[in-house]
Design a protein around this ligand. Sequence first.
Ligand SMILES: Cc1ncc(COP(=O)(O)O)c(C=O)c1O
Length: 373
Amino acid sequence: MVRVKEAVSKLAEYKPARSIVEVSREYGIKEKDLIKLAGNENRFGCSENVIKAINDSKTYFSYYPDVNVTKLREKLSEKLNVPGKNLIFGNGSFELLTLIGETYIEKDDEVIYNDPSFGWYLNVTLKNEGTVVRVPVTEEKAVDTEGILKRINEKTKVIWLCNPNNPTGTVIAPVVLTDFIERVPEHVLIVLDEAYIDFIDGDYIDTIELAQRHSNVIILRTFSKSYGLASFRVGYGIASEDIIRNLLKVKLPINLSFTAQVAALAALEDEEFTEFVISQNRKELGRYYSEFEALGLKYIPSNGNFILVRTGLDGEYVETEFAKEGIIIRKGEEFGLDKWLRISVGRPEENSRVIELLKKILEEIRKNDRKNA
Ligand SMILES: Cc1ncc(COP(=O)(O)O)c(C=O)c1O
């Protein structure tokens, strides 16, 4: 048997949300009848502009894509007011996170992980032989920025900072974030993962301006959430030229497919669609809050397109009951949040089904409890 690299041998396989195909086969439900609310995808689809643009660009399908991502780079550079040389594109932010790990993390580097957060940070750290330093979230499930600052030392290389945080949905307050970035020493790379930035409910700061002032900050954003392009795989990073140059040395030469570039460009030209998604998300979150309150369930107000709620029930049980009814959600146990659920916000009628099903499950459990009392 060929001996695998030591770091890889210690690695657990990354566990993504269950796919529609997987659940369809396991429960014998047709794929089209399943509602997936487990991966924080966009249930409103994507802009019609995207579909038209893909259709109109068929003649180029047999060519390699533009390696410089020129048109998307220009458009984004204009929208964000950032020079094109400060942008890097990836096959989703997944790829950019991987690149950051390969470029910056090496044996014995300490890497700070706000726990719980996006799971891929752990794999990237361990694969590159970094040492994970976990800083638990506070009682209110918020990122403990002071706790993170206390764990920084000369060995610290990277801080994965997910803001808003997945899976808790909390966001670091603007003044706290600014102060935090000022206080992190320059030898530490702050990876500010803003996958859910568009869903923030309230004020936020111009983090791009912060990244321009601090050469140890890289911002990551994605087209997978508010733009609804998860299947195309487009993420981007904003950072100093030095960081971008280093990442480019490691990046696959052609990492962004032609259709992905076309789709993202077309999506940027239809901000109305994104605004619609954001407003629907906010409205539906509001509905979840009042329903959870009526049911006496604890939840965390969300700045993402998902909601974390404490049912007090075994997550595996609830997840299975939902899957049987054709709804895929995610149990909190996967993030170390026992008896919590993370539910991606769906379309209004889908959220109604979630609420109804949750009520039914809770009623049955409560009825049985009364019987056994
Ligand atoms: C915090 C966070 N970062 C990155 C990603 C990956 O996004 P992408 O689709 O751009 O790879 C996700 C996906 O759910 C996420 O939640």
